[in-house]
Ligand binder design. Structure first.
Ligand SMILES: [Zn+2]
Length: 132
């Protein structure tokens, strides 16, 4: 018997297909299952802390106008012959001067909270593929 609103050749999707689609939908809505998208789960667990750290960093560099800097450390690339040695550095940098460092806040936070952005991207692709 044909039911109203149903195409004539309607067949229900297999249970595993429905579960796969449901998992993909939950993942895109922030309900990430543990085993399928572990990097997203890590990200969700640290999201609030990461948000606060990001806000603090923006306040520090924006409102306070502070700059992150680092001291130069000579290495093999600082010499003409590729070796370390006192007085033979040709890089032109001083180890006693603080040099400004440009910072990508998102990348720094990911590194600090040990979030692998490449894995995150792979998981996003997998979520999208699961929806197709
Ligand atoms: Zn150097």
């Amino acid at each position: 018997m044909k039911r109203c609103g149903q195409p004539p050749d309607f067949k229900p999707a297999p249970a595993d297909e429905l579960e796969r689609q449901a998992a993909a939908f939950r993942a895109l809505n922030g309900e990430t299952p543990t085993s399928t998208y572990p990097e997203h789960e890590k990200l969700r667990a640290i999201q609030d802390q990461s948000q606060k750290c990001g806000e603090f960093f923006e306040w520090l560099t924006g409102t306070k106008r502070y700059t992150v800097g680092e001291y130069h450390r000579h290495d093999e690339s600082c010499t003409e012959d590729g070796t370390k040695g006192v007085g033979r550095f040709t890089c032109g940098s001083s180890t006693s001067v603080l040099y400004p460092v440009s910072c990508n806040t998102r990348k720094l936070l990911a590194e600090f909270f040990e979030i692998d952005e490449a894995k995150l991207e792979d998981e996003k692709r997998a979520m999208l593929a699961a929806l197709r």
